[in-house]
Structure formats: C-alpha cells, structure tokens
Design a binder for this molecule. Structure first.
Ligand SMILES: [Zn+2]
Length: 408
C-alpha cells in the first residue's frame, strides 16, 4: 500500500541534476507544496501534494512548513575505533604536525593499540552510538572503514563488528577495508605488509562477505605510489571496488585512482591543476573532507577549482579519532562552502547523490521515482536557511526506507 508524505513547503529533488561539474541553484529542481508517494521502501512519485492525494488514501501529514531533501550520504568515515586521541589534538594545537606525531609513535598507532585491545562488543557499541548520531543529523547512508586493526585477525574483527551492527541500526552502513592505512610496527618492509594483506586478508573478505571495497592511504609516510599500485591492482583483479586516500600532503594518489578506475579519490588538499584536470576528465569522484582540514588546521580541498574543471565533488566527514573528531557533516559542508565559494546546489549534491555515486550506489541521493525513500526534513520554509545556519539547524524528521525514524 502506497503512502503519501507531505505537504512540504519545498522539496529539493535533484531529479535531473548532473553528476559532474559546477551547478547553479536552478539545477536543484524545487517543487513547492510538494509531496512524496512511497511504496515498499522506494519513492513512486514526487510532485504537487494536492495532485498526489488522489493516488492513495494513506497520508502521513506534515504541517507544510518544512523543507525536504534526500537523506544525506557520508561516503568516507572511520567510525570503529578504541580509545581517544585528545592528547594528539592538544599537541597539534600547540604546533606539532600530524606526520611528526606519527613518527613519534602517536597518531594512528595509538588508535591501533586500543582498537586491538577492545572487545567486539565495545567496538560495536561505539559504532552504533556514532551511526545513530549521524542518522539523527540526517545521514541515512554511512560508509565505514576498517584500518585500526592492521593485521588479519583485527581487521576481520572490525569488519565483523560493522556487519553485526548493520543488523541493529536503521542507517545503512557500507563497509570498506582500509587495512593498508599505515604499515604496522611488526613489519619492517611496507611491500611485505601489502603482500601479506593481499594473500592472507583480501580472499577472506570475499569468502566472508565482509567488504567489497578496498582503500589505501597513498602518501610517502604511509604507502608510496610505487608499492601501493601493485596492491590496488591485485584488489581490482579480485573484483573489489577501489577508493584511495589521495593527495592529502603530497600528490600521486589521485593519478593512481584515475588510472585504476577507482570510485573515488578522497582528500586532495595538495592537488594541483594537473591532478584537478585528471580527476575532471575521469569518472572518479573527488571527495572533500573538510573535517580533516578543520582537525589539522590545514587548507581545504580545492572544490571550486575541481567543480569548475568539471569534476564530480562529494563532501564527507572523514569522522575518525585523530584528524577529524567532529563528525558533523552539515556543519563541515556549510563551512567548506563559504570558504570555497560553492553554490547550495553543489554543497547538497556533494552530500547526497554525488556521495552515493562515490560508493557505487545509484539508488539514493535524489528524490525521484525508483530511489530509496531516504528523506530529511528541516523546520523552515526556505532552503537557504539550512546552510545559512551553518549546520546548527538540524533536521527534525528523518525517514529511512520510507519509515519515519522515531527518536529524531
Ligand atoms: Zn580517511
């Protein structure tokens, strides 16, 4: 039985908004006094509320003073970890660099030690708490990376935690294996470590159905391009989708992402015009992570230049205990937008269908027939209020698969 949800003052549909390039706000596709007809988790039709009323007797009545958008998609997070990195953050505020803290055995290694020690129950409880907070803020699909295990046993433990949490929460979790986050202390040679992952871990992910996506941190201090390429090519040959932490401090990763046909190249704070043009010509989504720029006190991803060159740009939190502890997608997108001079259409596209595309998901991120009925509503009568409030204005209604989340 179909159900009509509405009326909404404005429905921001993004039905025909292009996947790539710069966008003016007239590309949003706004329906005034709109309604959404849903059936069996999917959107059947979107249009004028009064006209849609004739198509069903079941109406979920909204007071008419709300703006409706597609549910947000966060396509890059590291939501499973043990411990805290408040000490690192204090050091960074006093001027110590991320790479220096890593060299001194802090940074990622601190999270690795605490994640290895944590029980699956402890890790799952932290993940569920964070995922539910995200859902309350309108994020209905959340990518989750492993990467604080760094050996077969602990990487499997973390990805099992993600799988088990999926059954208990309403938001969708999309797991990604980032075992190649940094070389663990047990291995002297980075190449040996990647060969170990390729032989011992990747085949198990397929057998156990724990992840269909592989990520790597391409950076001289983590994995240089020359040795990262073999590992990612092997993963591709096994049938995995690829995504790459690229060009955060040094360039090289984005070229590899484009060469290997990765779904996305994420970070790109160090990308120059050469990398920007490469990405713009490709189908690889450029993912900006303003939370990492804010957490490290560094420059933002050059999203204005990427969009103007014709790239598809998504915006994600990079939510992690080290460089991006805030994890608030809307706050970060609003801040990125004012610094990089983005239109509302570009910002919202980056949090919805363009982020979904970075995950290879064509079934969400737009309010259109056949799309998942993942929706967020804000208590205002003008969509411009959302970014104007710089993320402080939160949705007061969220739907996942057509069902209203009760505790929002
Ligand atoms: Zn990351």
């Amino acid at each position: 039985m179909s159900k009509l949800i509405g009326p909404f003052k404005e429905v921001l549909t993004f039905t025909k908004t292009p996947q790539k390039g710069a966008l003016e706000d007239d590309k949003i596709g706004i329906i005034q006094n709109g309604g959404v007809l849903v059936d069996n988790e999917k959107i059947l039709e979107v249009g004028d509320f009064d006209q849609l009323k004739s198509k069903t007797s079941e109406v979920e009545e909204i007071n008419g003073d709300h703006i409706l958008l597609p549910g947000f998609v966060d396509c890059h997070t590291h939501l499973v970890w043990g411990g805290t990195r408040a000490r690192d953050y204090t050091l960074r505020m006093s001027g110590e660099s991320y790479e220096k803290i890593l060299e001194q055995g802090g940074g990622i290694f601190d999270s690795v030690e605490k994640t290895r020690k944590a029980t699956p129950e402890e890790l799952k409880s932290g993940l569920i708490k964070r995922a539910n907070r995200h859902l309350h803020d309108g994020v209905t699909t959340i990518e989750v990376k492993s990467g604080y295990g760094l050996d077969v046993e602990n990487e499997l433990k973390v990805l099992e935690v993600v799988k088990s949490a999926m059954a208990e929460i309403e938001a969708d979790l999309i797991p990604t294996c980032l075992a190649a986050h940094v070389c663990p202390k047990e291995f002297k040679d980075k190449k040996d470590f990647l060969i170990y992952l390729e032989k011992e871990l990747l085949p198990q992910l397929l057998v156990k159905g724990l992840a269909s996506r592989i990520d790597i941190f391409v950076e001289p201090s983590a994995f240089p391009v020359e040795i990262a390429r073999d590992y990612m090519s092997a993963a591709k040959n096994l049938g995995f989708d690829l995504t790459i932490h690229a060009d955060q401090f040094h360039t090289g990763g984005s070229q590899m992402a484009v060469d290997l046909g990765a779904r996305s190249a994420d970070h790109l704070e160090a990308s120059s015009q050469k990398e920007i043009e490469l990405l713009a010509k490709s189908d690889t989504v450029a993912v900006a992570l303003p939370g990492a720029s804010l957490g490290l006190g560094m420059n933002f991803t050059p999203t204005r230049k990427l969009l103007d060159a014709g790239a598809s740009v998504a915006i994600s939190t990079d939510w992690n205990p080290g460089s991006a502890p805030m994890g608030d997608l809307l706050v970060q997108a609003a801040i990125l937008g004012i610094y990089e001079k983005m239109s509302s259409a570009e910002i919202f596209a980056g949090m919805t269908f363009r982020a979904a595309h970075a995950l290879g998901l064509g079934d969400r991120g737009r309010i259109a027939p056949e799309m998942k009925a993942d929706l967020v509503a804000f208590p205002f009568d003008d969509y411009r209020e959302i970014l104007y409030n710089q993320g402080k204005l939160k949705p007061d209604m969220v739907w996942k698969n057509g069902n209203r989340i009760k505790h929002v």
